[in-house]
Design a protein around this ligand. Structure first.
Ligand code: EPU
Length: 420
């Protein structure tokens, strides 16, 4: 099994381009099922999670795959070809985002059977809000032997008030509503950029959606949607991770191919910790000549500080002067990087939803184990700054969400390689 080996202690410097957003792409692949005709997505990252989503479409009978003529592009035939609206357990269990096909399948086929995703390493992660929304649109939803069975030959627009902010829940119900009769209003909708990206693409397909990016989204159903060609925007979490890599190494990194407006909460925390941050039209540069300072950070739905950057920021704060408190409010079990960071000499204790991080002057390289995608990113960052060699095993977690991470870090001067 692959491992990533890092010789810590080099200062990262230079410019790096981010790949397309993983989480936007996953929703856009599901959205392609709503269209008549072919959808082409460009700037798609080559990641395990994307491959899993393509396998789901294949299982549904929809031809979908990498375009042989265009670089980093997917070609997805529309949902008219769905032969069997069922997403099997074996694929859904690999990646929860596969549950995003439920709304489009229901809207297209009037019926869908999708395995319940179950919990995962970072938390229980129920799907009750997805189901609440689809039921409000008139679908009959029943749980049957670990599967969600949904039927609704004629979905009707309705008011859906989510009990909490859910990104994929908002996306799933929004997609179903595009082909429902009449108007749907989503209240307490998630405001994440990935929801806005999805709404923009659906609108280009012919959907009538207003308010994406606010907590109230109105969708007027239309009778059909058409395939489109779309560029996937840059990945805001990859961008934040690469900036944090620069800072933890006391380097100077410029990340290009992003919308800096989406990075506000992350940049604010990096500045508060003492990094020098400058923003351009589609790039951000962050420098840190000295030790960063301890800060307080609380994860929250967008525009708050993203839970997907919590492990990476914590890695940076392990080396701060002074103490930090990192509070995780989105997922209940997202501190699995803490025991691994401690093995590298970090001084972190977890107390309920908060981690208390007392900065240490140096980390020491160690063999560590990745437990989930963002935790493994945090460990790689710690390895970049640690004295000596760090070996991160279970690299498949990182391959779910970071495209060629070791090459990108190497291009900035890191001493990092992958061992088979
Ligand atoms: N929740 C419920 N009921 C629901 C849905 C969600 O209780 O029906 C809870 C969750 O258990 C969690 C909270 O609501 O405690 C927020 O979860 P959300 O639904 O927003 O998460 P998600 O849509 O399943 C997406 C990203 C995650 C990211 C979260 C939060 C994708 C494919 N995944 O998940 O990305 O952490 O939003 O921003 O878009 C990652 O990329 O590493 C990743 C985990």
């Amino acid at each position: 099994m692959d491992r990533i080996v890092i010789e810590g202690g080099t200062r990262l410097a230079g410019e790096v381009r981010v790949s397309g957003s993983k989480n936007s792409t996953l929703a856009l692949i599901a959205a392609a099922l709503l269209a008549d005709g072919t959808t082409i997505l460009r700037n798609v990252p080559r990641l395990r999670d994307i491959e899993t989503m393509l396998q789901i479409l294949e299982a549904l009978g929809v031809p979908a795959g990498w375009d042989p003529e265009l670089p980093s592009a997917l070609r997805i035939e529309g949902g008219a070809g769905v032969r069997n609206p069922e997403a099997p357990y074996d694929l859904v269990r690999k990646m929860r985002a596969s549950f995003l096909v439920l709304g489009p399948l229901l809207a297209r086929c009037g019926t869908a059977r999708v395995s319940e995703p179950g919990g995962c390493a970072i938390g229980v992660r129920p799907v009750d809000q997805h189901l609440k929304g689809l039921r409000a649109l008139g679908a009959k939803v029943r749980l049957d032997h670990g599967y969600v069975d949904a039927s609704g030959p004629r979905l009707r627009g309705a008011r859906v008030a989510f009990d909490l902010s859910t990104v994929n829940g908002t996306q799933n119900v929004m997609m179903a509503a595009t082909l429902a009769e009449g108007e749907t209003v989503l209240e307490n909708a998630a405001r994440e950029p990935e929801v806005v990206d999805l709404a923009r693409t659906l609108t280009r397909m012919g959907a009538d959606i207003r308010g994406a990016g606010t907590d109230r989204i109105a969708i007027r159903g239309v009778s059909r949607l058409a395939g489109v060609e779309e560029d996937v925007p840059g990945d805001r979490i990859e961008a934040g991770t690469l900036l944090a890599a620069g800072i933890i190494s006391r380097g100077d990194v410029r990340v290009v191919g992003i919308d800096p407006a989406q990075q506000k909460s992350v940049l604010q925390k990096l500045s508060e910790a003492g990094a020098e941050v400058s923003v351009e039209a589609d790039a951000v540069r962050a420098r840190a000549a000295d030790r960063v300072r301890g800060i307080r950070v609380v994860t929250a739905p967008y525009p708050g500080f993203p839970t997907d950057m919590q492990a990476q920021l914590m890695a940076v704060l392990t080396l701060a002067s002074g103490s930090s408190v990192v509070t995780e409010t989105v997922f209940e079990n997202r501190f699995m990087h803490v025991p691994e960071l401690r093995r590298m000499g970090a001084d972190v204790t977890v107390d309920g939803r908060s981690a208390h991080v007392r900065g240490v002057p140096a980390l020491s390289g160690a063999p560590v184990m990745a437990t989930d995608l963002r935790a493994s990113a945090g460990l790689i960052l710690a390895g970049l700054a640690a004295r000596g060699r760090t070996t991160v095993s279970r690299v498949y977690h990182i391959d779910r969400g970071y495209e060629r991470i070791e090459e990108k870090l190497r291009s900035l001067g890191a001493v990092i390689l992958r061992e088979g």
